[in-house]
Design a protein around this ligand. Structure first.
Ligand SMILES: Cc1cc2nc3c(=O)[nH]c(=O)nc-3n(C[C@H](O)[C@H](O)[C@H](O)COP(=O)(O)OP(=O)(O)OC[C@H]3O[C@@H](n4cnc5c(N)ncnc54)[C@H](O)[C@@H]3O)c2cc1C
Length: 542
């Protein structure tokens, strides 16, 4: 049995049926014109998996580093690391379009083996895809060859140890392959938490978070992942970078920032030193409704600019609020809607606030600060049940996506961020682009990461899946949305660049910015073995 995560299941998030309730199916048929009989899911056995092309000498070199038992060439191991977990990836694993299958999966056992594997790959013309949880939704782990004779997935699952912990400084060193759930379990034994809870929490890894500048649901309280990183160890084909000797430094530009977000294109992160915090002993989650998007975002802006954001601050637009209430179904949703009408809330926007504190007093003081700033925005309080419902369902999204895929829904998310002054313009532009491209679609949006100067926007799209060319249907919509985003915000707030956003990176950082990154890549990866076609596609062609 391989250590860590079971990667053999790639057409969905988990095994097992998660059937949609009848009222949800009825609602979907009415809203997006869902077909009665969707195309069934193809079994794994029909997928085409080419024979591995790894040369005998290349394979021998890899085996001499990690041992023959850690160089996997069997069909299931390679199929299980073919791509990430975007809608398009899942469709490919369900028999639509072609999968890029790696020639081998290599499992190094420690940071030194990672360096040796990279050197061997440089010498034997082998591309390397660093692979953590494989939850990338932007093509970050697609096994592209980049002109190399073969490509391997470097699965970091065996780098799964807590290396050291310093409770006084509140620092922990974790190996890159530690899964988020295991990190929390290891830290909880010492009374600490990272506080990093993205929706991919159950599968994603510490190295993956650092490599993609991930943001978790409690980012307002605990910060984005890069805010937690105190040090990194990076293996490259030309040696190691070990960065982070002090909490702050004026010793030139911060090279850590070149590693964080480098998406496996500059090196393989083998260890991360992270700030930790004591586990919260007192928590409170509750829901509020505000009337209309502009009033609701003004409220969140106020909380951010008065620095009284709750640790979790999540604002849904009217469409997303309506869907949440409709899919909940039953008497409760009807009662909430009636109550909101009585309180003259015409366009309800649901605001979830969650506080995580070390004592009842701290919680009370922080909550009072948030609510004081919220008061002038006429928020209607719905109380703890709605907040707790959100908290209990906070990792349910990927399972719901499986169910929606099973009944023929095109379901995908995309995200961006911009300054407050552009936020509504950006939301309108992206919604319009998606609706024009997809026709009868539900386009929902929420703010889940707010800053003093702006916020992220996270879109969820539901449309009836096109029978002909379902991959093209989504790719056209995604292109339209990306073109709407490019002049107004960042192409990605936390999903990273991968292959999907690479064409838009130059627009964001300029050609000089691309030159700088290309030079860094050349210095660290002179033969271009690392993650071909990701982040900087042009550099790999050269
Ligand atoms: C259902 C779902 C929900 C999600 N929700 C969130 C969310 O709330 N917030 C968020 O930020 N993201 C989210 N994501 C995106 C994804 O989970 C993140 O990008 C996450 O950080 C990836 O971690 P991973 O370990 O799975 O990395 P992988 O998917 O394995 O890799 C991601 C990228 O990092 C590189 N990489 C991985 N490990 C290393 C390493 N050790 N060294 C160098 N490069 C490496 C890979 O080559 C790839 O380019 C979600 C994805 C899914 C499918």
């Amino acid at each position: 049995m391989e250590p860590g995560i079971d990667h053999t299941l790639r057409g969905g998030w988990t095994l097992g049926e998660h059937a949609l309730p009848p009222h949800a199916l009825r609602w979907l048929r009415g809203r997006i014109g869902l077909a009665e009989h969707p195309t069934p899911v193809a079994p794994d056995s029909v997928l085409t998996v080419p024979e591995p092309e790894l040369s005998t000498v290349g394979r021998a070199a890899l085996e001499s580093v990690v041992g023959a038992e850690h160089v996997l060439l069997d069909r299931n191991s390679r199929l299980g690391r073919s791509g990430g977990m975007s809608y398009v990836d899942l469709l490919r694993h369900r028999g639509c379009g072609e999968l890029a299958v790696p020639d081998a999966v290599v499992l190094p056992g420690d940071p030194d083996e990672v360096v040796a594997v990279l050197k061997a790959c440089g010498e034997h013309d082998i591309g390397v895809i660093p692979f953590g949880g494989g939850t990338s939704v932007v093509g970050g782990v697609t096994a592209l060859r980049g002109g190399k004779h073969a490509v391997i997935v470097l699965d970091l699952a065996r780098l799964n140890r807590l290396v050291s912990i310093d409770p006084l400084s509140r620092l922990v060193v974790l190996q890159a392959g530690v899964r988020a759930t295991d990190a929390e379990r290891m830290l909880a034994a010492h009374g600490f938490t990272l506080g990093h809870f993205p929706q991919s929490f159950e599968r994603a890894t510490i190295g993956g978070f650092a490599a993609t500048r991930s943001a978790g649901q409690a980012s307002a309280g605990y910060g984005r992942f890069e805010d937690m990183v105190d040090g990194v160890r990076l293996a490259t084909p030309v040696g190691e970078l070990n960065l982070g000797v002090a909490p702050a430094t004026a010793a030139g530009p911060d090279l850590k920032q070149l590693v964080i977000g480098s998406e496996g294109a500059f090196g393989v992160i083998t260890e991360v030193t992270l700030r930790m915090r004591p586990v919260a002993t007192h928590t409170r989650y509750e829901g509020y409704f505000l009337d209309g998007w502009d009033a609701a975002t003004a409220a969140v802006r106020d909380l951010a600019q008065h620095r009284v954001l709750a640790d979790v601050t999540r604002l849904s637009d009217t469409e997303e609020t309506e869907v949440q209430l409709s899919l909940t179904g039953g008497v409760k949703a009807g009662a909430v809607k009636a109550y909101l009408r009585a309180r003259r809330i015409a366009d309800p926007c649901l605001l979830i606030l969650g506080w995580e504190a070390g004592s009842a007093g701290e919680l009370a003081v922080r909550r009072a600060g948030t609510l004081r700033a919220l008061r002038q925005h006429k928020a209607v309080r719905l109380g703890k049940p709605i907040g707790e419902t959100w908290r209990h369902g906070r990792f349910a999204g990927p399972r719901q996506r499986d169910s929606l895929l099973n009944v023929g829904v095109c379901v995908e998310t995309l995200e961006t961020a911009t300054h407050w002054s552009q936020l509504s313009t950006l939301r309108t532009a992206v919604r319009g682009a998606l609706q024009r491209s997809l026709g009868r679609a539900v386009v929902m949006c929420h703010v889940s990461h707010a800053y003093e100067t702006g916020a992220s926007l996270y879109f969820t799209v539901l449309a009836a899946r096109a029978d002909e060319d379902p991959i093209g249907q989504w790719q056209r919509a995604k292109r339209a949305a990306s073109e709407a985003i490019a002049p107004l915000g960042t192409i990605t707030h936390h999903h990273a660049v991968g292959t999907d956003h690479a064409p838009y990176l130059a627009g964001e950082v300029g050609s000089l910015g691309i030159d700088v990154m290309t030079s860094v890549k050349r210095a660290l990866d002179p033969t271009g073995v690392l993650n071909p076609g990701k982040l900087l596609p042009a550099a790999d062609r050269g």
